[in-house]
Ligand binder design. Sequence first.
Ligand code: IPE
Ligand code: IPE
Ligand code: MG
Length: 254
Amino acid sequence: MTVGPTLKQQVLPQHVAIIMDGNGRWAERRGKPRVWGHKKGVEAVRRSVSFCRELGIPSLTLFAFSSENWRRPEEEVSTLMQLFLLVLQKEVKALHKNDIRLKIIGDLSAFSPSLVQSIRKAEALTADNKAMTLNIAANYGGRWDIVAASKQLAQQVQQGTLQVSEINEALFAQQVQMAEQPELDLLIRTGGDLRISNFLLWQAAYAELWFTDTLWPDFDQQVFSDAIATFVNRERRFGCTGAQIRELAAENKG
Ligand code: IPE
Ligand code: IPE
Ligand code: MG
C-alpha cells in the first residue's frame, strides 16, 4: 500500500500526550513485582519517542509520575525515582544525537537535589535541539499547573505590571506548561481506564481523546499508529489507516 498524496505531515497531530498506564498490571499478570512493569515500560517510551521523531511530530508529552503517585508504597516510589534518574542519564545522549529537546514539566521541588541537577543538565544539553520536544511530566498535576499559572499572574498584579481586567484566556494560556509548543491535539491513555487522572487539564480542552486497553509495556508502533490514524480521520476525515501512518514514518526514516 502506498501513502496517498493527501496523507502528509501537516495532517498529523502536532502535539501528542500519553498517560502511560498499566505497568503494574502488566507485571502482576506475569507473576512479577510491579516494578518489573515499570522497567519494561521504559522500552515502550523509547519506541514511542522514535516513532514520533520518524513521523516528524514536533511535541510529545509523557505522563511519568503524577502528583498523586507519592501515595504509592514507599518502595515503588523510590524505584520509580531511581529508574527515572537512570533513564535520564542513559538516554539523554541518544536524545541529543537525534536533535530532540528534553523538558521536564512538573513540580521539581519535591525531588532530590541529585535528580534535579540531572534534569537541569539534560535540559541544558538539549535546549537548542529543533527536531522535536519530548516533555516528561514528573510530579505533574493539571491542577498544580493551573494554580502555578494563577500565582504568576497574581504576582504581576501585585507588582503593578498587570491589571486584573487584562487577564483573559489568551494571557492565562501563556502561563501554563508548554505554552511555547503547539496546542495539544491528541491525548492517549493506555491501560483501559477512561479518565484524565489530573493530567493536562487546561491543555486538553480541545484535544482528541483516545483510550486503549493495551497496557503500557505492550504499547508499540501498531497501537500508536492506530491512535494517530483515528485522530487524522476524526479531524480531517481522510480515511487513512494505521498501516499508512507506519509507512509515512518509514518513508521519513529513509
Ligand atoms: C503507570 O502504571 C505508571 C506510573 C504511574 C508510574 P501503573 O503503575 O499505574 O500500573 P497499573 O495501572 O497499576 O497497572
Ligand atoms: C496516571 O496513572 C499517572 C501516570 C501514568 C503517571 P495512575 O495509575 O496513577 O492513575 P489512576 O490512579 O489510575 O487515576
Ligand atoms: Mg495505573
